[in-house]
Design a protein around this ligand. Structure first.
Ligand code: BTN
Length: 326
C-alpha cells in the first residue's frame, strides 16, 4: 500500500491530497493511510500532514528503491525488479543466492551500504551507507563461458556513458575499473556460475563512489580512489545515476547477444582507455613484468608488448600503470 500512496502523492506535485481521497482510492481506513504515511516518512520522504488538508509530498529521499529509480528508467527488462536492502554483506553474494534459486534476468539487488563488499583479487570494497551505489545485476545470457568477460567491458561502457551524461570525463582501466583523472571511482566484479563451457547465470556487481567525502577514505586509499563528488565538486542523485547505468547497459547487452559481438562497448572502452599506449606492469603467476599496451581486441583481451619483443593478449589478472598510483 505504501507504493500506491506514494504514487498518489507523486501524481499531485505541490498539492495536498486528503486522507479521505487516498482511503477511498485504496479501499482502506484513514488510520491505515496514516500508518503508511508514517512509514514513508521514516524511509526519508518529506511529507507534511495537515488535519484539514491531508498530505503533501515535499521531497523524496535519494534511495535506490524501484520507486525512486523507475522515474528515470527507460529499460524493458534490466532493473524492472529492484530488490532494495538497507544493508547487506555483499550484493553479489545476495544476488548469487537469488540466481541459484531461479531469479529472472534483469533483476537488480541494490544496497544502501555493504558490510563485506568485495572487489577483485579478494580485496575489500568499502561501502559506506548512502554515499555510493552498490548493486548487482542478475543475467542469464546464452553465451559461452569464454565470452563472459565481455560483460565486464559492456558494464564499463554503460557506467562510462552514464557518467558522461552528467558532464564527467571517465576513463576505463582494463578490465574493470572506471577512473576520473588519476583515481578510481568505480569497480566491477563479474562472477559466473556454470560448468565447462555452459553458463547458467552470472552476476555483475558494480560499486561506484558517488557522494563520498575525503574522510570516507583512508589516507592510503585516497592516493588511488576518489568519488564523483570529490572530482567534480558536485553532489549527485544516486537513484538517477543508477537508472542511467541500467539505461545504457540494456541496449549494449542485448545488442551483444543479438550480434554476437560486443564491438560497440569495446569501441567505447578503446576510445576511453586509461592504459592505451602506456607502460604497465602485468602481475600474474609469472610475476611482475613491464609491458606496453597496444590495444584491446574483439574478445576484450588487453594486447601488450613486452620489451623482449614478446606479445601477449591478457584475459584477466592485474595490470597497474607504471607512471600513476593505482
Ligand atoms: C573491484 O574494483 O575490484 C570490483 C569492486 C566491485 C564492488 C561491487 S559493490 C556491489 C557488488 N557487491 C560486492 O560485494 N562487490 C560488488
Amino acid at each position: 500500500m505504501e507504493t500506491e500512496i506514494l504514487e498518489i502523492l507523486k501524481s499531485n506535485p505541490g498539492d495536498y491530497v486528503s486522507g479521505q481521497y487516498i482511503s477511498g482510492r485504496l479501499g482502506v481506513t484513514r488510520a491505515a493511510v496514516w500508518k503508511e504515511i508514517t512509514k514513508l516518512k521514516e524511509a526519508g520522504y518529506d511529507i507534511t500532514s495537515s488535519t484539514k488538508k491531508g498530505y503533501i509530498l515535499n521531497s523524496c529521499p535519494d534511495i535506490l528503491t524501484y520507486e525512486e529509480v523507475k522515474q528515470d528508467l527507460t529499460t524493458k527488462t534490466i532493473g524492472r525488479r529492484i530488490i532494495h536492502l538497507q544493508k547487506t554483506a555483499s550484493t553479489n553474494d545476495y544476488a548469487k543466492q537469488l540466481a541459484a534459486h531461479g531469479e529472472a534476468e534483469g533483476t537488480v539487488v541494490a544496497a544502501e551500504g555493504q558490510e563485506a563488499g568485495r572487489g577483485r583479487m579478494g580485496r575489500e570494497w568499502y561501502s559506506p551507507e548512502g554515499r555510493g551505489i552498490y548493486f548487482t545485476l542478475i543475467l542469464r545470457p546464452d553465451i559461452e563461458l569464454a565470452s563472459a568477460a565481455l560483460l565486464t567491458q559492456i558494464s564499463a561502457a554503460a557506467v562510462g556513458l552514464a557518467l558522461e551524461n552528467l558532464g564527467l570525463i571517465p576513463l576505463v582501466k582494463w578490465p574493470n575499473d572506471i577512473f576520473l583523472g588519476n583515481r578510481k571511482v568505480c569497480g566491477i566484479l563479474t562472477e559466473v556460475s556454470g560448468e565447462i563451457n555452459c553458463l547458467n547465470d552470472m552476476v555483475i556487481g558494480i560499486g561506484l563512489n558517488v557522494n563520498n567525502e575525503t574522510g570516507d577514505f583512508s589516507d592510503e586509499a585516497l592516493a588511488r580512489a576518489s568519488s564523483l563528488k570529490l572530482e567534480s565538486g558536485r553532489t549527485f542523485r544516486r537513484s538517477t545515476l543508477l537508472a542511467g547505468i541500467l539505461n545504457h547497459f540494456e541496449p549494449l547487452y542485448y545488442g551483444f547477444l543479438k550480434k554476437g559481438s560486443a564491438e560497440e562497448s569495446l569501441d567505447y572502452c578503446r576510445r576511453h582507455s586509461l592504459t592505451d599506449g602506456r607502460r604497465i606492469t602485468v602481475v600474474n603467476s609469472a610475476g611482475r613484468t613491464s609491458a606496453k599496451v597496444t590495444g584491446l581486441n574483439d574478445k576484450g583481451q588487453l594486447m601488450v608488448a613486452y620489451s623482449d619483443g614478446r606479445r601477449e593478449n591478457l584475459t584477466g589478472g592485474e595490470v597497474s600503470l607504471e607512471d600513476c598510483p593505482d
